[in-house]
Structures are given as C-alpha cells and as structure tokens.
Design a protein around this ligand. Structure first.
Ligand code: IPE
Ligand code: IPE
Ligand code: MG
Length: 241
C-alpha cells in the first residue's frame, strides 16, 4: 500500500520480556540479562525518536514481579535507581519528557525522590515522552481509577452528571495514563503472547506485535520490522472501511 511507510504510531508501548532467558542461554545470571536489557532501552529511545514516535512507554516492573526472589527484585530496583541517575543527561540533551506510572507502594524513598525530580526537570520537554511503567498493573490502575471516579461522582451531587462530559470521559481522566494517548502499537518481545496485566483499559484498540527475540537482542532491525508491520495494519475500530 503506497502511503503506508508514513504510518508511524504516535504511541509505541513495549513489554520488555526475556532478559532472564537471554542470560540463561549464555550461562549468565538473570541480573546480567536485566543489565543488557537497559542497553536495549537506550537504543529504543533513540530509535523511537528517530522514527518520529511521540510517546514511548516501557513496562519495566509489574506488581506481580514482587513475587521474584529478593536478590532479583533488589537488582531491578538498583537498575532503576542507576538509570534515573545515568540517563538524566540523555533526557536533557534530547529534550525528552520523562514520566513514571505505577503504585508508589513498596518503592524506596530514594527512587521516588529521583523520579519526582526528573519528572519536574523534564516536564516542559516535547521532543518525545518516555513513560516507564514501574510497579504497575492494569488491574491496579482500573481499581485506583474506580475509587477516584466514585469520589468525583459523589462530589457532583444528586444529578451525578457534569454537563457534557460523559462517564467514560470522567473515568478515563481517573486512570494513571490520563493525558497520554492510548498505545497505537504494543510490542512484546521473547515470543510470549500475553498482556501480563499491562494496560488493560488502554489497549482496547491497540495493534499487537510479537517479536521472537529476547529483549536484550531487540535492536534496530527489530524496531524496523515492528514499525513496518504496523504500517500495514488496517485499523477499523469496529467500523467498515
Ligand atoms: C523482563 O524479562 C524483565 C522484567 C519482567 C522485569 P524477564 O525477567 O521476565 O525475563 P524472562 O521472561 O524470565 O526470560
Ligand atoms: C511482564 O513480564 C512484566 C514486565 C515486562 C515488566 P513477565 O515476565 O513478568 O510476565 P509473565 O510472568 O511471563 O506473564
Ligand atoms: Mg518474563
């Protein structure tokens, strides 16, 4: 299809999976795989920007990941802290807005403070927005939104309405992703074909792309294949074209 090459997704989201298996295949510890995965994060930031993607979101730690051995969880927390320090220059130089979405429960004060200051420092940047989903789960998001929604509705009084704003719009404004467009393309690496409790609400009409490579091996060629696949999709949203 002739113009398809120009169909670039506004928001690309990635379930970065397979760090452990990548390391195991090489006889290395899982932690080493996570470190190498951080290299793919840097590469993806660059490739997303070069491709004209405006939002790149990365699933870095799920609520369920707390169930892993303590050493692995500690290593993942340590890597997050290191990235918050080491990548600051890259965000500043490239005018990338940085955001973190997820529950603060169980996250150290040091990490939370660094997230807050990096978010504040980059809040006016508009070359691209990088969103890290950290201690996130889709069900958590829907639950916290439901609580906010109930408060807002009761504050609206007996009519329970707010002019022209629909309940769906009010509910969406309660989700942790409010203001960020829903993902156009969701990539999952490592060959797994599941959502693993990621953006359950927001992926209602997202295009999925499953790559067979492990996350530390997901680089330029794989990005090109994913974008190429997206540009050939026909998004109908339930209608007829
Ligand atoms: C993804 O890689 C990183 C996180 C989930 C934090 P995994 O650690 O899940 O690697 P595999 O799936 O066990 O190979
Ligand atoms: C999903 O990967 C979570 C992240 C990438 C952060 P998992 O490896 O935790 O997912 P499952 O357990 O294979 O579903
Ligand atoms: Mg995994």
């Amino acid at each position: 299809m002739e113009n398809d090459i120009r169909k670039i997704p506004v928001h690309v989201s990635i379930i970065m999976d397979g760090n452990g298996r990548w390391a195991k295949e090489k006889g290395l510890s899982r932690i080493y795989g996570h470190r190498e995965g951080a290299e793919s994060v840097r590469a993806s930031c660059r490739l997303a920007m070069e491709s004209g993607v405006k939002y790149l979101s990365l699933f870095a730690f799920s609520e369920e990941n707390w169930g892993r051995p303590k050493e692995e969880v500690d290593a993942l927390m340590g890597l997050m802290l290191d990235s918050l320090v080491n990548e600051r220059r890259m965000f500043m130089d490239n005018r990338i807005r940085f955001r973190v979405i997820g529950s603060e429960q169980g996250i150290s004060g040091e990490i939370l403070d660094r997230i807050a200051s990096l978010e504040a420092e980059t809040r006016d940047f508009d070359a691209m927005t990088l969103i890290v989903f950290f201690n996130y789960s889709g069900k958590w998001d829907i639950m916290q939104a439901a609580e906010k929604f109930a408060c807002r509705k009761s504050a609206m009084g007996s009519s329970g309405t707010s002019g022209d704003v629909s309940d769906k719009e009010i509910f969406e404004s309660c989700l942790s992703t409010y203001g960020i467009p829903d993902p156009d393309l969701l990539i999952r690496t490592s060959g797994e074909k599941r959502l693993s409790n990621f953006m359950l609400w927001q992926c209602a009409y997202t295009e999925f792309y499953f790559a067979d490579v492990f996350w530390p091996d997901f680089r330029e060629k794989d990005w090109a294949l994913a974008l190429d696949s997206y540009s050939n999709r026909d998004r109908r949203y339930g209608k007829i074209k």
